[in-house]
Design a protein around this ligand. Structure first.
Ligand code: PEP
Length: 251
């Protein structure tokens, strides 16, 4: 069956990037032209670069996104940034519940559900991350953990435009390790099933990204797995050549 879902390759720059990194984005924009017919591209820089990146990428096939948002639209929340502010700065999407936010900031599934709703309120696509730790995988808890995270963090009313799910095994992030294609297929198949059960036909259109040590050398194999609709890329998204090399899996 040919999937109607258009692939998405998203780069999460995390706490990396300077004003001079605009040059790297410019290279991504140039390389994106040859890929735009087949794949959507999204770059999520730190908040300091959001508005500059959005201005540079305007009119290009590359969208700009953010890495987190607050649940309130505005107010006395020192150091936080609302989804509306991200939208105002030019973001089209926001990552919600990356495992680094879950572990370093204690974000719960309930918090993430509220953040996804905040993203929708502001007109942003929420990229909600789920994934098991190494200990949970060893204890054969992967599916149970992912189910709990999906059920707890996804709000009602999702559509293909509003929601992207990223399956990111925590042990694969930044480690150079990846699950086997069979393991990825099992989890993505399960996520697809849950999205269908929860959202009906809309659930079939929601993209499910794989994330965790994706590189140009393994992207072809991982992106070919059933129900993998693209990648969420950390380290390799910082270099235009590597990021584009991953997206080229869809050329
Ligand atoms: C991530 O942190 O979302 C990620 C996938 O990182 P990396 O690609 O570096 O493993």
């Amino acid at each position: 069956m040919v999937s109607a879902r258009r692939p998405l390759v998203a780069g999460n720059w995390k706490m990396n990037g300077w004003q001079r990194s605009t040059a790297e984005l410019a290279k991504i924009l140039t390389g994106a032209r040859a890929l735009a017919a087949k794949v959507d591209l999204l770059v999520c820089p730190p908040a300091t670069l959001l508005s500059g990146f959005a201005a540079l990428a305007s009119g290009s096939p590359v969208a700009i996104g953010a890495q987190d948002c607050h649940v309130e639209p505005a107010g006395a929340f020192t150091g936080d940034i609302s989804a509306e502010m991200l939208k105002d700065a030019g973001a089209e999407a926001v990552i919600v519940g990356h495992s680094e936010r879950r572990s370093h900031h204690g974000e719960t599934n309930g918090d993430l559900r509220a953040k996804a709703l905040a993203a929708w309120r502001a007109g942003l696509t929420a990229i909600v991350c789920v994934g098991e730790t190494g200990a949970e995988r060893e204890a054969a808890q992967t599916i149970a953990v992912v189910q709990r995270q999906l059920d707890g963090s996804l709000p009602d009313g999702a559509t293909a435009q509003r929601l992207v799910v990223a399956y990111e095994p925590v042990w694969a992030i930044g480690s150079g390790l990846t699950p086997t294609p069979t393991d990825v297929a099992e989890v993505h198949g399960f996520v697809r099933e849950r999205l269908g059960a929860r959202y009906g036909a809309a659930g079939q259109g929601i993209r499910i990204l794989y994330g965790g040590s994706v590189k140009p050398s393994n992207a072809g194999e991982l992106m070919a797995v059933a129900n993998v609709d693209g990648a969420l890329v950390g380290g390799a998204s910082l270099k235009a050549e590597e990021f584009l090399g991953i997206a080229a899996a869809y050329r």
